[in-house]
Design a binder for this molecule. Structure first.
Ligand code: 4NP
Length: 165
């Protein structure tokens, strides 16, 4: 087996999903990209994010999410919103929902495929929260909480994937 084949055989694809794909899931994408890069696994783990809703398709992340992430060293500026599609369950190994509503909508969207949608924090977080609260209609502190919860669960997810690779 050559190097390219072995890399493909051992690669993992992760999709983070929220409602609008402009606050929580792009934050998760940016944070997890940085965690994966720091671990030297950016050639083994592919990362994307999507929304269950279509309102913000094509838009960059919310300015508040981008600013809060940038203050912790994460760059969300290249990201653009897209809507989750049923094919995502074929393409991705992990489909990780930010809250129960997202999880419910993903279960309805799934027609087949290898990935089973999970609640990101419940599956991989070490803190007591099960959901990443929607920060859209709240203040700046909501975006800090989003980052705290996602940084923690991202570390748990990375450990789980490292065992599998
Ligand atoms: P997200 O936040 O799901 O974390 O991207 C939201 C963004 C937009 C809306 C709701 C939540 N919205 O109602 O437009």
């Amino acid at each position: 087996m050559n190097k390219t084949e072995s890399k493909q055989a051992g690669s993992v694809r992760v999709l983070f999903v929220c409602l609008g794909n402009i606050c929580r899931s792009p934050t998760a994408e940016g944070v997890f990209r940085a965690q994966v890069k720091k671990a030297g696994l950016d050639d083994r783990i592919e990362i994307d994010s999507a929304g269950t809703g279509a309102w913000h398709v094509g838009n960059p992340p919310d300015k508040r999410a981008t600013a809060a992430a940038a203050a912790r060293g994460y760059d969300l500026s290249p990201l653009r919103a897209r809507q989750a599609v049923s094919e995502d369950f074929e393409q991705f190994d992990y489909v990780l929902a930010m809250d129960e509503d997202n999880l419910h909508n993903l279960k309805r969207l799934k027609q087949g495929g290898k990935a089973s949608p999970e609640l990101f924090l419940e599956a991989y977080g070490s803190l007591s929260a099960r959901e990443v609260p929607d920060p859209y209609y709240g203040g700046d502190e909501g975006f800090e909480l989003v980052l705290d919860l996602i940084e923690d669960a991202g570390r748990g997810l990375l450990r789980a994937i490292q065992k599998q690779l």
